[in-house]
Design a binder for this molecule. Structure first.
Ligand code: SF4
Length: 211
């Protein structure tokens, strides 16, 4: 895909999604981190419902330790991979207490040291908090980037690097939101809505299947 085509896609995303937001339910950096950690393999609605209850009990890492692992697990039971997520959240809270005096570090390398925090979580967290160009590649971003031919890669790290290379700086902070919304509304994993898709003119997948 060439540079001009990418710009046309980005302009369409901007026009279509400029007033849309991915819903996040949080009041502090700690809550935001927990919200993002719970988001993998779960719908926004599931995470919003779980955090509505969870954040009644916790507002800092030591609250999680006080709550206890079993209760934490019970509260987040309706999100995907809840057992693994409970383990990671518990370990991360201990780490934040021991190393950072309950504060959340604002550096990507330090964030990546937290148990269960990978590049997607760290990038999304910093993108939201610092409003800077961190591109979080989740399953939707990965799928849209590959299917369209916008940034092809076999792993999320490769796609992240390619997106950084090909997306103009002024659009980079919006990529996660636009690709995510597009992946949820049109470019679904099963049965993408190609015929009504807002960028089908430039999509490599669509141009291949319609031949
Ligand atoms: S045309 Fe289809 S495959 Fe291409 S971006 Fe749109 S929904 Fe996805």
């Amino acid at each position: 895909m060439n540079k001009n085509t990418r710009v046309l896609i980005l302009r369409n995303f901007k026009r279509y999604f400029s007033n849309s937001k991915i819903e996040l339910n949080y009041c502090s950096l700690f809550e935001l981190l927990i919200f993002i950690m719970l988001s993998a393999k779960s719908s926004d609605i599931q995470v919003i419902n779980v955090t509505k209850k969870l954040f009644l009990y916790i507002s800092k890492p030591s609250d999680v330790i006080q709550l206890g692992f079993k209760k934490l697990k019970d509260i987040i039971r309706s999100v995907g991979l809840f057992n693994k997520k409970a383990i990671f959240i518990f370990k991360t809270c201990r780490y934040l207490i021991d190393i950072y005096d309950e504060k959340i570090p604002m550096d990507i390398d330090q964030l990546l040291q937290l148990p269960g925090v990978g590049r997607k979580t760290a990038n999304l967290f910093l993108n939201i908090v610092l409003k800077k160009n961190f591109i979080a590649v989740d399953t939707h971003v990965f799928r849209v980037a590959n299917r369209t031919g916008f940034a092809v890669g076999t792993s999320v790290n490769i796609v992240e690097k390619k997106l950084f290379r090909v997306v103009p700086a002024k659009f980079q902070s919006r990529i996660h939101t636009w690709f995510g919304l597009h992946g949820r509304s049109f470019c679904k994993s099963i049965s993408p809505k190609c015929s009504s898709c807002i960028i089908n003119t430039w999509c490599e997948y669509f141009n291949k299947i319609k031949k």
